[in-house]
Design a protein around this ligand. Sequence first.
Ligand code: ADP
Ligand code: ZN
Ligand code: MG
Length: 506
Amino acid sequence: MTARAVETHEADEEGSRGEFAIVIGLEVHVQLETDTKVFCGCATEPTNEPNTNVCPTCLGLPGALPVLNEAAVEAALKLGQAIDAEVPDRTRFHRKNYYYPDLPKNFQITQYDAPICSDGEIEVRVGGDSREIGITRAHLEEDPGSLGHARGGRRTSIDAAEYTLVDYNRAGVPLMEIVTEPDFRDPAEARAFLSKLESVLEYLGIFDAGRDGSLRVDANISMVPADDVAAGDSISADVLAAANRTEVKNISSHKGAQRALAYEVTRQRNALERGREIAQETRHWDESRGVTVSMRTKEAEADYRYFAEADLPPLEVAELAAEIEIPELPEARRERFGSEYGLGREAASKLTSTKAVADFYEDLTTEFDPGVAATWVADELLGELNYRDMAIEDVVGRLDEFRRLIELVDQDEITETNATTVLREMLDAGDDPATVIEREGMGKADDDEVTAAVEAAISENPEAVVDYENGEDGALNYLMGQVMDKTGGSADPGSVNGMLRERLDG
Ligand code: ADP
Ligand code: ZN
Ligand code: MG
C-alpha cells in the first residue's frame, strides 16, 4: 500500500477522522523442530507428563553446563538463507536476566549483539499487493518453562487462579525470535506475514505449526500522522521513535494477531481523536474477551542486565553456514506448479500455501490429471475445510480417503455433484467415502435406471415437452432436473442431457 493509499483508505472509511496511519512491527517466537533441547540432551517431544523431559541443565541446577545443539544452529541458518539474511562469521550468546518461576536459572540464554541472522526480508501478498517486510534480526534462544494457572484442579486464567503449576518440559526448547521492521500498515498484513512465515518454516522442515504454543507473537503498534508517511511508504526513524507504541503480548495465532491489532487500532485512534496521549506500555491480549488490557509500563533493555554467557564459547558459524542447503520454498514451488502443471496463479498460490497441501496435491498429480486434481484440492477440499474453519493439518490422517474420493469420480463411480456431497459428509460425520456413498445410496445410477427416469420425466410432463418443441430454452433444463431428482442426483448430467435430446428430437 502506498502512502496515498493509506490516506484514501482512511478518508473513505473514517471521513473527516482520517489523520493517522497505522504502524506495526512484530516480534515472533517460533519453536524450532529438533529432537533435543538447545543446551542439553533432553527430548523436545511434547508429553502430558509434566517435568519428565528435564535434566540438571534445563532445571538450572548449580554446576550444570550448557552444550549447544548443532541441529538448532542448522535450523537457524536455514531460516537465515530462506529470508536472505546476513549471517556473521562468528556469533555468541548472552544472558538475559530476570526472575520468574518459569525460568529456573533466573536468566535466559539468548543472543544480543550478534544475532545469528539479521537484515533479511519476507515477501507477503495481501489482496493483489505484494510487500517486502524487513526482518531486523532473528536470534536463537531457549524457551522458558510453561506455567499453568489453576483453580480447584482446573485450568483457568491468571487472574482467576488459586495457584500456578510449573512444567519445565518446555524449558530449553530452541526458539528463534524473529523481529520485523515496523513495515506493516494494516493488521491484515501482519496476519498474512505470520501465515507466510509459518509456511516458510514448514517448507524448511524446522517447524511444526500443529504443536501447541509453537508460535507466539508480540505485536507493536502505533499511530503516526498520515502526513508523515512519505512516498514509497517510508516513515522516518524520528517519526517512528516519536510515536508512542504499545506492545501486545500473549498472541498465539494469526487470527489472534489480526484481532488484537484491530482492537488496538480502534482504541488508539479513539484516544488520539479525543486529544489523549497513547501510553507507551505493554498490553495483554485477552483472546476470549477480544480486548487488550494494560499490564505494565514497558521494561527497558537495561532492566535485563545483559552480559555475555561465559559458559558457552563464541560460535564460528561461517563454515557451517556455507554448507547449509535449503529445499524449494513456497514461491519457487508456486512458480513451478504454474509451469509444470499449467496452473493459474491463484490456484498455484492456494496449492502451495502450506507444505502439507502442496505435497498432497503433487502426490495426486502422479495419478490424476493435474487440472482435475487442482480443482479438487484447491476449490473443493480447501473450500470445504475453510468453510468449517479447518486446515489441512486437521485432516492429514485422512488424505488417503480424499484420494479415494477423487478416484471414485475419476472412475465414474459417482457423479461430481454427489462427490461434493460425499466430501461434506466425510468432513461433518468423519466417515470414509465408501460408507457415505453406501449410506446415502449415491452410487452412480445404472443405465436402465436412468432410461426409466428419462421416460418417466417425459410422460409426466407433457407441457414441458410441448415447450421444448416450441424451442423454449428452459424446458430441457426442467426435464433434466426431473431426471436428476428421480435418480437422486446419481445420473451423469451430460448423458441425461444427451438421452433427453435423443428421445425428444427423435
Ligand atoms: P525495543 O527496544 O523497545 O524492543 P525495538 O526497536 O527492538 O524496540 O523494536 C521492537 C519492535 O517494535 C520491532 O518489531 C519494531 O519493528 C517495532 N516498532 C518500532 N517502532 C515502532 C512504531 N513506531 N510502531 C510500531 N512498531 C514499532
Ligand atoms: Zn535438559
Ligand atoms: Mg527489541
